[in-house]
Write a protein that binds this ligand. Sequence first.
Ligand SMILES: NC(=O)C1=CN([C@@H]2O[C@H](COP(=O)(O)OP(=O)(O)OC[C@H]3O[C@@H](n4cnc5c(N)ncnc54)[C@H](O)[C@@H]3O)[C@@H](O)[C@H]2O)C=CC1
Ligand SMILES: N[C@@H](CC=O)C(=O)O
Length: 512
Amino acid sequence: MKNKNEIKILKNRSIIKFEGKDFLGEVGIDGRIFKALTYARISVGVISQQAVENGISVLVNESDSEKAVNCLIEEFENERKSGKVSQIFSINNVSVLGFVAPDFNKIMSELARNNIFPLILNQVLAENRINLVVTSSQDEKSKNIIEAEIFSKPKTVHLAIIGHGRVGSTLIDQVLQKSEDIRNRKKIDLKIVAVANSRKIAFNKDGFNANWADEVSVAEEKSSVESLIHFSQLHQLENLIVVDNTTSKDFVKNYTRLADNGFDLVSSNKIFNTAPISEYRDLRNVLTKKNKKYLYETNVGAGLPLIDTIKLLHLSGENITRIKGVFSGSLSYIFNNFSVREEKFSTIVKEAIEKGFTSHDPREDLSGNDVAKKLLILARELDLTNELTDINIQSLIPEKLGKLNKNEFLNSLDLLDSYFEEIKKNQKENHVLRFIGELHGDLQQEKGELDVQLISVPANSEIGQLKGSDSIFKIYTENYGENPLVIRGAGAGAKVAARGVFGDILRLSENK
Ligand SMILES: NC(=O)C1=CN([C@@H]2O[C@H](COP(=O)(O)OP(=O)(O)OC[C@H]3O[C@@H](n4cnc5c(N)ncnc54)[C@H](O)[C@@H]3O)[C@@H](O)[C@H]2O)C=CC1
Ligand SMILES: N[C@@H](CC=O)C(=O)O
């Protein structure tokens, strides 16, 4: 290779595989292979010997592959009859990449992370020179990955954003606003190449820009994970991350297939992490096997650095004994305001909806389900095996309101007013209402105790002083003793949630 700063790519090649037993190292075999190919006027490229499989592979132009196989079959007719040579065949549609790289192991692991496993690998150690043979459907992707590694070029990370509601659309805008800065500072080129909602999916292999919503509105392709996988393969996209910003039960069923097809996963959707424990463990096993990552920091506390903190404490052996707090941003807003303002409960619930703090259907929050899910997600981070059904949940909505459709429910909100007015009035002096989650019990056992309930607390207590839509998480551990580690801040809202998702994307991208 003349120029060291070049990745040479030879397309339209075939591997001729010559397999058998006990002939490796036998004098004359290699010579006969080359002689036969030379007589047939076939030029031979990269050569490799597989001691374990007992075979020899040579590379030829694809147009010569049939001729090469036939002339070797003829040359080794006797050995084929005796069984010494078992197979002579070709693998077509391959490309050779030749380059010089000091850190070959890093390149191999980057390729593997992108589901690229070279068919032949030829290394001249002294010169750091490497030839790789890959299928042609992966040659451009391999080239991009190798280039980013050896020339320290910005590495491109391809993002598929599923769900462009409040969090998803805010995330897209945040990524587009920061992408140039990230390219300059971190050498990571974030490209949003797919955006989907429940009906359709839009693709742009060069990356969407500020007009992304217009492109999505005219897209015609039906939303499906198959088309996303097909698109990523067709354009040989490397460093893939799929971001689930939906509330969909169905979409989480695709996680395993996406991981299988080379995608890392980021999710603000809590559904997967609250699935039955067997499913929860199955996906984690697949992720481990496939060396894929799954980050979900925004599942609890939106953008607050909570899950990471709990994971690290637990991993480092710190014995977490209790977690207590206000887990819901919307219920925080509702009770922080309702407790101190002379307003009807329903008016404040409507404010929380307008501010984008509640779930799409606010009953998910008011029923206590959302807090229960968050509590369960934290419990499972501590390796507890609780299920959603183990949680004692105090719902804030009467059963009959739970049965209405969403609009009917929203029109009936004032039916809640007198009930909550009564609760507010019956508190002790200087007390306020708070909706809390608590994980307690002996957390060294298989399961912990999980409670979700409305309580009345002194207004001057730590939880009583909460403002706005802030969440608070008090993490008690053996070493922190009676003074828990406290994490507090905005617990809901599209901007903070999207920022948290963005953080997960960057964490994955930096390790790509
Ligand atoms: N809003 C917030 O403050 C926070 C939200 N979250 C979570 O973020 C996720 C998104 O929340 P929002 O944006 O507020 O919800 P949203 O209801 O505004 O948006 C959800 C989007 O997902 C799309 N969608 C639904 N099913 C789909 C499917 N099968 N395939 C593709 N797209 C599908 C919908 O078309 C919609 O655009 C939820 O899981 C929520 O629990 C997490 C932390 C905070
Ligand atoms: N609705 C949730 C936000 C999303 O998880 C909350 O109020 O905390």
